[in-house]
Write a protein that binds this ligand. Structure first.
Ligand SMILES: *Cc1c(COP(=O)(O)O)cnc(C)c1O
Length: 357
């Protein structure tokens, strides 16, 4: 396959939002990347084109049965104007794992990274430079074959779009309130919880809406079989510090394998702090709270990096953690990971990749 990426530049340029007024996922850059798939041609015709709507047949399978996957990562601008990516190969590996689960043909990870880098180069003026801002990268694949049968599509589009995003924490890192979800579940072993696929998020909206009505920012998901073991918080992985020990739910076939989660485990072990990856029940957390041993809890993911949890709603009871303030470990992890991402700290793990300019 000729996999040289053709570039068609846009004749017009959009007005860029101010770097200090950015929201999440509301603004999109001037260009996008597209790659097509057909059964007899495989993935073909990689190209960067002006950002534009797609034309899809109304019978395109993604609209009906949700055969789709996505990824999320960021490009960071350093103080000295270097552009960095954080572990992008991990995202492309995970994209292909999601593809396997959704019966979507895998993509060439090297080509996907090259596409990403070239697209960022074309739209590099869109990378915001205010503190804590970044260019969010959204690669995704949709099934495009016009067919109402339930079967894997024979055609797909792989697309990458870019969105400048604001600082997640405007006034410093802020603990969130979360409600333990008793009725709805996010995923079950054998289901699609380990894949980044649209249906998982559509299915989570109801619980999220109910929690938001009660004033909670996210829900804490328990396992789908026994409704006992903690899985994730919103669309983040979760960590606890109980009596000095760091604990995170083990990857059990329904938890999404976060790259931030993995990086935190590696970072803690580098600091000589061990992490127990094991089952942790909501009652264990409750008992730790009652005995005064629940020191910290935080969610982890690309968007917020670390999201400290200041309060849990469990049954009718409110459990306040660390007086609703950000814990010491949460803060140290946040500062270190963002320091590596923005290039203000050394990167002993070679996680950072420089985008050539
Ligand atoms: C994307 C995601 C995460 C976090 O993954 P990162 O690679 O750390 O961004 C965690 N849980 C769910 C359900 C997710 O979709």
């Amino acid at each position: 396959m000729d996999d040289k990426i053709a570039i068609t530049l846009s004749d017009t340029r959009k007005k860029k939002p101010q770097s200090n007024q950015l929201l999440f996922g509301r603004h999109f850059t001037d260009h996008m990347f597209i790659l097509d798939y057909k059964e007899d041609q495989g993935w073909h015709n990689p190209r960067i084109i002006p950002y534009q709507p797609l034309t899809l047949d109304p019978a395109a399978m993604v609209f009906h049965y949700g055969q789709t996957v996505f990824e999320g990562l960021k490009a960071y601008l350093s103080k000295d104007e270097q552009i960095y990516l954080f572990r992008p190969y991990e995202n492309m590996r995970r994209l292909n794992e999601s593809n396997e689960r959704l019966c979507i043909p895998t993509v060439d990870e090297e080509l996907a990274i090259r596409a990403l880098i070239q697209l960022i180069q074309v739209d590099k003026d869109w990378i915001p430079n205010a503190d804590g801002t970044a260019l969010y990268i959204r690669p995704f694949i949709v099934a495009t074959e016009p067919y109402l049968g339930v079967a894997p599509s024979k055609t797909y589009k792989f697309i990458i779009i870019l969105s400048p995003v604001g600082a997640y924490y405007k006034e410093g890192i802020n603990p969130i309130k979360i409600a333990v979800e008793r009725k709805f579940v996010r995923a079950v072993p054998g289901g699609t919880g380990t894949a980044k696929t649209g249906g998982n998020y559509a299915g989570s909206l109801k619980a999220q809406e109910v929690a938001a009505d009660k004033g909670y920012a996210q829900v804490l998901w328990l396992d789908g079989r026994e409704n006992t073991y903690i899985e994730e918080v919103g669309s983040m992985n979760i960590f606890f510090k109980i009596n000095g020990q760091v604990i995170t739910p083990e990857l059990n076939g329904s938890i999404l394998e976060g790259i931030t989660r993995k990086s935190i485990i590696q970072l803690l072990s580098h600091w000589g702090i061990s992490v127990e990856e094991r089952k942790i029940s909501i009652s264990e957390v409750y008992e730790a709270y009652q005995s005064g041993n629940l020191q910290e809890a935080f969610g982890t993911g690309t968007a917020a990096v670390i999201s400290p949890i200041g309060e849990f709603l469990w049954e009718q009871e409110t459990l306040s953690i660390n007086n609703g303030e950000t814990g010491e470990l949460s803060k140290r992890l946040y500062d270190t990971l963002t320091g590596i991402q923005y290039g203000t700290l050394d990167d002993p793990f070679d996680w950072r990749i420089t985008v050539p300019q």
